[in-house]
Design a protein around this ligand. Sequence first.
Ligand code: NAD
Ligand code: KPL
Length: 305
Amino acid sequence: MSTIWHVLGAGSLGTLWATRLARAGLPVRLILRDAVRLRSYAAAGGLTLIENGHASTYAVPGETPDSPEPIRRLLIACKAYDAENAIARLASRLAPGAELILLQNGLGSQDAVAARVPQARCISASSTEGAFRDGDWRVVFAGHGFNWLGDAGNPLAPIWLEDLQAARIPHEWTTDILTRLWRKLALNCAINPLTVLHDCRNGGLTEHHCEVATLCAELAELLQRCGQPAAAGNLQQEVERVIQATAANYSSMYQDVANQRRTEISYLLGHACKVAARHQLNLPHLNQLQQRLVAHLRSRGLPSD
Ligand code: NAD
Ligand code: KPL
């Protein structure tokens, strides 16, 4: 009998993973916040994945955090700012040797989760797949991408990678997941806040070439200082390539702000500034960017953390 995949969070990525695992015939349980959400989910009859315009519904069983069943394998698919509280509610259900897969963008939440559940193995993921909700319990698979998975404290690949293969979830095990996470954080720091402050698509940043270049130089300095030279290499070139390749898109942070949703600023720019301060590294443009973004979020009535 295969190990059950518990999936916490029925949002975009949680649904994208849960439906593909269920489609492959693997056992999946969806963990919802409370009984009210569980009743709403039961009424909908399952999770719907829309791929290439075709919708398929999967009757993945749902449960609340209080369900008694032990958890051996848990995919945490909430936002970075919700991850620590979410795991705290499930800690008593984790079986010995439980494994957690953390899908959160940025850095900081992974350590906070690991500190809450030292008995579990925490595996981090860096995902470039794209999905969004077009209704309750419905997700559109918008951008094919890739998932890098790794455990900074243990290079051994887990056995369940074969489940991801069966579910056709594109992935690779990496022994340098921290480098992947730092690189993506740096890209997000160089692009996302500026798209918010200049109110533009990613491509609009070609008009702000110098500002982007200055930020890339400071970010590369930070990556070097915190022992991530591989993440620092050719950063500006890659940022410019991503700006070109995604010119027509609005960044995820832009979309959060435009939709009055809380951003993950504390785990992106906030984390970068915090680590720089810890290393006594003076990065004036990065700090100023954070202050401008915080002021902007406050002016829109959004949380600035
Ligand atoms: P989302 O907001 O669509 O989904 C998060 C879900 O978690 C929500 O349904 C929320 O209600 C639920 N949740 C929060 N706390 C919970 C709790 N305690 N118990 C049960 N459910 C809880 O978010 P998302 O877009 O799927 O993003 C998840 C993470 O993946 C983020 O860090 C994001 O940056 C990252 N990411 C997303 C995408 C994407 O395309 N959506 C791509 C790459 C990375
Ligand atoms: O990941 C991104 C995002 O919008 O969050 C890109 C497209 C790379 C821009 O930073």
